[in-house]
Ligand binder design. Structure first.
Ligand code: NOJ
Length: 568
């Protein structure tokens, strides 16, 4: 290689100013039940999070996103909300969330909360009223109740399947004790879908937004953002749900089965977000929304982040590209093209509470495969290779312009729990698919904090709602803090350098490289991600700033390694 590498193509230009926080933030996902348990019931809680906020400051993130902590029967770990304006006792109280917000803000951290508008819990007062009311009543009209097909209404109203397996419809008993109408639930039976054509539903959620904005939250992560509005008449669908919760997507933008059925990505959904944007904009302080929308191609997804809609959308196409340099390069290009066209920041994400952790996923023999959980009898990932690739992938993410999402534990290199006893599994997917899908419990295991404490410091007494693997001592924060080259210290360095070099608002230029190597510059930083089988050399004069390889020596970039360097 030469001292000044030839530039190939600039795919994103640096921004003149950094702009509002959400254009460049690193946002850390806290999964409340598994972050830190303060009271010893084995389930993480809000006081536990507040007590550990210093960790996020030490790590160097800008914001946290809290998965749901609202009143809920926990049929889908809180994504089944029974009261949108209160905290579930398992997680604490409204005073606890106020204290969390207060401390986070004092520490300079923004707080994004989850909003679940596609469905409520079946234990929400609206649904209890709907069940008790008659067909055709205003109470039923807030949900999607329909008559069944067949001679006696004994067949579901259409052929839609639940995202968790099984039919998307459940039949209710009417007041006369006979089976009656059916209601739609794209997820579990206990998660009835709301009817977003009903003005009461719209008014209610605008009020919920205000409730949390008034309490001081900095934004919302919007669950199933592409699902609120269904096609008129709820027509049958010939396609299959192929993306959410672990199944394998096809990301060339042409697969007609990728989430474009009549239940997703309907035009009307954008009106909802335009209205919400007006609400957010009426508050001071750059409040923001991020769409959880499994929509492809990326141009379609970018419609959610047009200037008068949401601020960000999770880039699941990137998450789905696995460990494939061509696919990654292509998705990075397409992400910038689509988002730049609407003036929105691109986001980057590798893990969350719905997918196999990337330290395990990337250790599978096919590292683009996305199984929905891993269990006994399944292929077990190569842990060493997986972690090595995960660290390299994370350094790629953190070098890219835009906003990055981290999932709790990835800064520790945490793997999936791939050997959970099946009888402990709690994800409804597991039971709804008769165990065919292992489900998402393996990425939700409580965090290990301290090597020599009960439950690795997750709880005061060793209680833990899912067991942590015995070998997790080396992953704890205290085992990694101050150890050069540990995953934790590597993330800390990356976040510091990302800030110092203003990478999040920088540019992206590809350099010519071996097809197995991603080589780019962002401002003055050279990034080389070697995904091939042989080592490559940095250009002459390059000075290594950071490497994902703990054994980095000189200017050689080993296989499965990402290096950040400054050009001499
Ligand atoms: C997406 C959430 O991330 C997932 O955990 C949940 O099960 C579904 N939406 C349904 O709310």
């Amino acid at each position: 290689m030469t001292a000044t590498p030839a530039r190939e193509r600039t795919v994103h230009h640096a921004e003149a100013t950094d702009g509002p926080w959400w254009r460049h933030a690193v946002i850390y996902q806290v999964y409340p039940r598994s972050f830190a348990d303060s009271n010893g019931d084995g389930i993480g809680d809000l006081p536990g999070i507040t007590a550990r906020l210093d960790h996020l400051v030490e790590l160097g993130v800008d914001a946290l996103w809290l998965s749901p902590f609202y009143v809920s029967p926990q049929a889908d770990a809180g994504y089944d909300v029974a009261d949108y304006r209160d905290v579930d006792p398992v997680f604490g109280t409204l005073d606890d969330i106020d204290a969390l917000l207060d401390k986070a803000h004092r520490l300079g951290l923004r707080v994004v909360v989850d909003l679940v508008p596609n469905h409520t819990s079946d234990e929400h007062i609206w649904f209890a009223a709907a069940r008790a009311a008659a067909p055709g009543s205003p109470e039923r009209a807030r949900y999607l109740f329909r008559e069944g097909r067949g001679q006696h209404g004994e067949l579901p109203p259409n052929n839609w399947q639940s995202m968790f397996g099984g039919p998307a419809w459940t039949r209710v008993m009417e007041a006369d004790g006979r089976p009656g109408q059916w209601y739609l639930h794209l997820f579990d039976t206990k998660q009835p879908d709301l009817d977003w054509s009903n003005p009461q539903v719209r008014a209610e959620f605008e009020d919920v937004l205000r409730f949390w904005l008034d309490r001081g939250v900095d934004g919302f992560r919007v669950d199933v953002a592409h699902g609120l509005v269904k096609a008129d008449g709820l027509p049958d669908w010939a396609g299959a749900v192929t993306m959410i919760d672990g199944s394998d997507p096809v990301d060339d933008g042409t697969d007609p089965n990728v989430h474009n059925g009549p239940m997703f990505d309907q035009e009307g959904v954008h009106d909802v977000y335009r209205a919400w944007r007006t609400v957010l904009d009426s508050y001071p302080g750059d409040r923001a929304m991020v769409a959880e929308a499994w929509v492809e191609p990326l141009e379609r997804l970018a419609r959610y982040v047009r200037p008068d809609e949401m601020h960000q959308a999770f880039n699941f196409s990137f998450l789905s590209a696995g460990w494939d340099p061509l696919a990654l390069r292509s998705v990075i290009d397409r992400s910038f093209a689509a988002n730049d066209a609407v003036g929105a920041p691109t986001t980057w994400v590798l893990s969350n509470h719905d997918v196999v952790r990337h330290a395990s996923r990337l250790g599978l023999s096919d590292p683009t495969h996305r199984p929905n959980g891993i269990g006994h009898g399944d292929e077990q990932p190569d842990a060493e290779l997986g972690l090595r690739r995960a660290r390299a992938a994370s350094l790629l993410v953190l070098a890219l312009p835009g906003s990055a999402y981290l999932y709790q534990g990835e800064e520790l290199g945490l793997p999936e729990h791939t050997a959970l006893p099946d009888e402990l599994r709690q994800d409804p997917t597991y039971t709804r698919t008769d165990g065919v899908e292992r489900g998402r419990d393996g990425c939700r295991v409580p965090l290990p904090w301290e090597q020599h404490a009960p439950a690795f410091g997750f709880s005061p007494n060793g209680a833990s709602w899912l067991p942590q693997p015995a070998g997790w001592g080396g992953f704890t924060v205290d085992a990694q803090r101050g150890r050069p080259g540990s995953t934790y210290e590597t993330y800390r360095s990356a976040l510091r350098l990302r800030r110092e070099h203003r990478l999040a608002t920088g540019d992206l230029t590809w350099l010519p490289s071996d097809p197995q190597v991603l080589e780019l510059t962002n401002r003055t930083v050279l990034v080389v991600a070697n995904m091939g089988p042989t080592a490559v050399e940095l250009p002459v004069g390059a000075r290594v700033l950071l490497s994902s390889d703990a054994a980095q020596s000189g200017t050689v970039v080993a296989p499965a390694t990402t290096v950040w360097a400054e050009l001499g």
